[in-house]
Each structure stands twice: as C-alpha cells, then as structure tokens.
Design a binder for this molecule. Structure first.
Ligand code: SF4
Length: 325
C-alpha cells in the first residue's frame, strides 16, 4: 500500500518572458505522507505558492511545468489534460487560498457555493448535496449553519469566510489539502482557531501541505518543513530538528523574525536585502548577497542539497566543514 499521498520529484516550473526564462520552481522534490502535515516556508516570491499551483495544475501562461513529476495517490498529474485535472481538483486535492473574499463569489450564497462542489463531482440529489453541505459547514466549526448557509460572503467575518473555504475544500474528502497562507489575513485569535481546525483535519487522515512565510505558523502545524529560497529548497528537516538545529543562514533569518515577534522586541528582526530577481540570479548561491556567512566559493559555486543528519538536508557550502554554524 502506498504511504505517500503526494510525491513531487525534480519539479521545474518556468515563466517565459521577454527577458527570457524565469525559473520560479527549480528542481524541487518533496513528499507528503498520509495524514502528515508538511510545511513550505519562505518569503514572498521564493516559489512556494508556485509549487502549490503546479500540484493543482493551475500554472497560467506564460508559465509552464518544464520538468519533473507530480504523483498524487500513485497517479502522475503532469501528463493529465485539463479535463482530467479538473476532475482531480476538488475530489483528490483541493486548495485554500489566503484571502477568501477573492476566492468566493460575492453574489452567491455561501451554502450554494459549497454545494456546487458536490454537484460537479457527484450525481446526488439537491437535498443530499444540501445535507452534506450543512454537515461540513458544521464540522468546520460554523455556528447556526442553516442561517449561515444562506449568507453572502460579505455578511460573514474573515474567520467564518476562511472556514467556508475550508469546508468547500474538504467536502469531497480529498486526500490532500493545500493551504496557501491560510491565516495571513486573520487576527491572532482567529488564526489560532484556523490552525486548530487544520490540525483536526490532519488527525482525520487528510494530508496537509501548508504554505506560509511565517515559521511560527509552520511550527504549530507541520510535522516536516521545507525552506524555500529563490525557487529552490535550501533546507529540509523534521519540524523539531529544524527548530533545534537550523543550519541554513536563511532559516536562521526566518527564525529571527519569529523570535523577535515572540519576545515583542521593539525592533522587528528582518533579513537584510530583498529576494533576488529570479530572472537575474547570482551565479553561485542565490542567498549570497544577503548572507552574513558568505565565503569566496559562495559567489561562484552553486551549492546542492546534501544530507547532514537523519532526514535533514541542507543546500549551503557551510556543510563542507569550512565553517560550522
Ligand atoms: Fe551563505 Fe554561502 Fe551558505 Fe549561500 S552557500 S547560504 S552564501 S554560506
């Protein structure tokens, strides 16, 4: 029996622009096992959402998957046509986006929107679809579901709208739920509630791929973490290992931002510099212009992912014993 729900191998997704090929996802491999919560973390523009879009078959022109494979429950997705991908989406894999207001139809009652997902994938009576909708709305913690079924999106709070999105994503009981920055637009209390809900879903056997710029969110949810920078995985490890023994200077930077928020330090620690332009990456390590551990080799030699411990891989020249963090 297959243990992995999702296996992405050497995925490359590029955009073909006037300035040439932009490698948004460059040789990314990752795996999500059954019932596991896997996190991808990195700043905006590092390629994490493009990994999710590639898995969902939602890469729009001038973007294109140019290499690698995406296997969901044993089925290769990169060879499917649009119609076949449409059947897989919603039924086997579904996605929750950052801002529900832009994903929900503002002119349609939310219950109808959730119910429509059932109608697309199954032949059931309207009454059966309505009943399933009420059950899932209740299961994701929406109170007074009969009344909320008839509400329009603008009549609900941000937290309730996000719960509607999760209900819509979960109604077909997909084996994989992808949540892209699901709590970014929410206040801290509602964020905690949505994290608790996603955790509950994972305990029912759904595999979850969570994408966030915030290592604090990832720490609360994920079993295993991939750190992405400039389209590549730069560190991957079990969540405890990553927090106990972070090795990549970029991971250190992301952790610094979380700890300064936790300590309520007046000075928010940020990583100096900006994410590089993917159309014009440095020749060596993409993080070199921002890295305070940069060595001579970093400017000219691109590091590769190497194993540095059990389940822990690192893409940095510091692994070569030249230096130890
Ligand atoms: Fe920093 Fe060099 Fe490691 Fe890149 S390879 S993260 S520049 S130490």
């Amino acid at each position: 029996m297959l243990n992995s729900t999702l296996e992405v191998s050497h995925l490359c997704t590029s955009f073909f622009t006037d300035r040439g090929e932009v490698k948004a996802v460059d040789d990314v491999s990752l795996r999500v096992d059954k019932g596991q919560v896997v996190g991808i973390v990195g700043e905006s523009g590092c390629g994490k959402s493009m990994v999710a879009r590639s898995v969902m078959g939602l890469v729009k022109k001038p973007g294109k998957i140019v290499g690698g494979s995406i296997v969901l429950n044993g089925q290769e997705l990169t060879s499917l046509d649009d119609k076949e991908l449409c059947e897989v989406r919603g039924r086997d894999v579904s996605m929750v986006f950052q801002e529900p207001m832009t994903s929900l139809n503002p002119t349609m009652r939310v219950g109808r929107q959730v119910q429509e997902v059932v109608a697309i994938h199954e032949q059931v009576s309207k009454e059966q679809a309505r009943q399933r909708t009420l059950e899932i709305l209740s299961a994701v913690g929406i109170p007074e579901v009969e009344a909320r079924y008839d509400a329009y999106p603008h009549e609900l709070s941000g937290g309730l709208r996000q719960r509607v999105m999760i209900a819509m994503a979960m109604i077909m009981r997909p084996s994989l739920l992808i949540a892209d920055e699901p709590t970014t637009a929410l206040d801290a209390t509602v964020e905690a509630q949505i994290i608790a809900l996603l955790k509950r879903l994972a305990h029912t056997g759904t595999s979850v791929l969570i994408i966030s710029h915030n290592l604090g969110v990832i720490a609360q949810l994920a079993d295993y973490v991939y750190v992405m920078y400039a389209g590549r995985i730069v560190e991957k490890a079990d969540v405890c290992e990553l927090f106990d023994n972070p090795l990549h200077p970029y991971t250190h930077g992301l952790l610094g931002a979380v700890s300064s928020l936790r300590s309520q330090s007046k000075v928010l620690q940020t990583i100096p510099g900006v994410v590089p332009n993917l159309a014009n990456l440095p020749a060596g390590c993409s993080f070199a212009p921002r890295c305070d551990r940069c060595m001579a080799a970093c400017d000219s030699v691109r590091p590769e992912l190497v194993t540095v411990g059990a389940g822990h891989e690192l893409c940095c020249h510091l692994t070569k014993g030249v230096d130890v963090l």
